[in-house]
Design a protein around this ligand. Structure first.
Ligand code: MTE
Length: 314
């Protein structure tokens, strides 16, 4: 048993839940519609009872990971390469006010206040699997909105073939940026059709609450069929581009970290196998689970790569 307090869910299933703009709004909505119109309320999200979640096409059942495990074990190299230290050090980041600069191949460039972005993009909850390239995984109820909906509002031009995302940069606050572990700032990117795919989302919260700073507040990307390093945190800039962005992890080790980084048990990392994964929160006696291609989202996303050799474009 992975996590005894959780009902099993089909983790590839998106759970469209209350449309809410803030935790307060969510609580109000959940109270107003508690007669079963909405899926479980905030309290249930916190205790992880997802028994009502509709059944989806995935082959595997997984339990939602404990919030404490997700918030207490984070990869945030801007603060530390230590997964516990980063959870503490990230508290130094000031996340209000926050704005996002939009540049490049786009008809409506500018500096957008996050508050305005949130007004235009109502949030919903989605339970997704998350698979790190380091071969651990978790299942998280994120709160956020479809990435494509937000991007379309900036009116990309026909030359916009890729989207690049950049994390906040300030080594005074993000003390890990004083090290040379990556070429800062952290940059990630997607092909435009990947970015527009309905499964790609911008997260602003998790477990029915605001996103903890260590998990990427106030705005992070979630691309559930790709290794976790694509899911960039604390985004301050979005650039629409004609050519492939040079991303931080790819730049640091191009033979290890491909631009696409689709979860793929058939393509080993040069230093370890990607066939299996350790489920976060499970005991050392629990067998690892088999990793699924595209992290179990193949039915939804494999078509994006139908003409590509995924061993070459890893
Ligand atoms: N984004 C930034 N800016 N800095 C990082 O170090 N780490 C990535 C990704 N996004 C990272 C980042 C990696 S390697 C993973 S696995 C996920 O964040 C981890 O997300 P989590 O800490 O919320 O579990």
């Amino acid at each position: 048993m992975l996590i005894k307090t959780k009902a099993n869910i089909l983790s590839s299933e998106i759970t469209d839940r209350a449309v809410f703009e803030s935790r307060r709004e969510f609580i109000k909505a959940a109270t107003a519609f508690s007669a079963g119109f909405l899926l479980p309320s905030l309290g249930q999200a916190e205790t992880g009872k997802y028994a009502d979640v509709p059944v989806g096409p995935s082959s595997a059942k997984l339990a939602v990971t404990d919030r404490e495990d997700v918030a207490g074990y984070t990869n945030y190299y801007e603060f530390s390469t230590n997964k516990q230290d980063s959870t503490v050090l990230a508290q130094a980041l000031k996340i209000k006010p926050w704005s996002v600069e939009v540049v490049g191949e786009v008809a409506k460039p500018g500096v957008y206040d996050l508050e305005d972005i949130l007004k235009d993009n109502p949030v919903q909850e989605r339970i997704y699997r998350f698979r790190c390239v380091e071969a651990w995984s978790m299942v998280v109820p994120w709160i956020g909105f479809p990435l494509g909906d937000m991007l379309k509002r900036f009116k990309p031009t026909s030359k916009a073939k890729f989207v690049e995302f950049t994390t906040f940069y300030n080594p005074e606050i993000m003390i890990g940026q004083r090290s040379g572990v990556l070429d800062w700032p952290y940059v990630e990117g997607l092909r435009i059709d990947e970015a527009m795919h309905p499964l790609a989302m911008m997260a602003t919260g998790m477990y029915g609450d605001e996103l903890p700073k260590q998990n990427g507040a106030p705005l992070r990307l979630i691309v559930p069929w790709k290794y976790g390093f694509k899911s960039i945190k604390a985004i301050v800039k979005i650039r629409f581009m004609e050519n492939t962005p040079e991303t931080a992890w790819h730049k640091s080790a191009p033979n290890e970290n491909g631009f696409y980084a689709n979860v793929n048990p058939e393509v080993s990392h040069p230093r370890w196998s990607q066939r299996r994964e350790r489920v976060l929160g499970s005991s050392i006696f629990t067998p690892k689970r088999d990793t699924e291609k595209f992290n179990g989202y193949g039915a939804e996303v494999a078509g994006l790569y139908s003409d590509m050799d995924l061993k070459r474009y890893f």
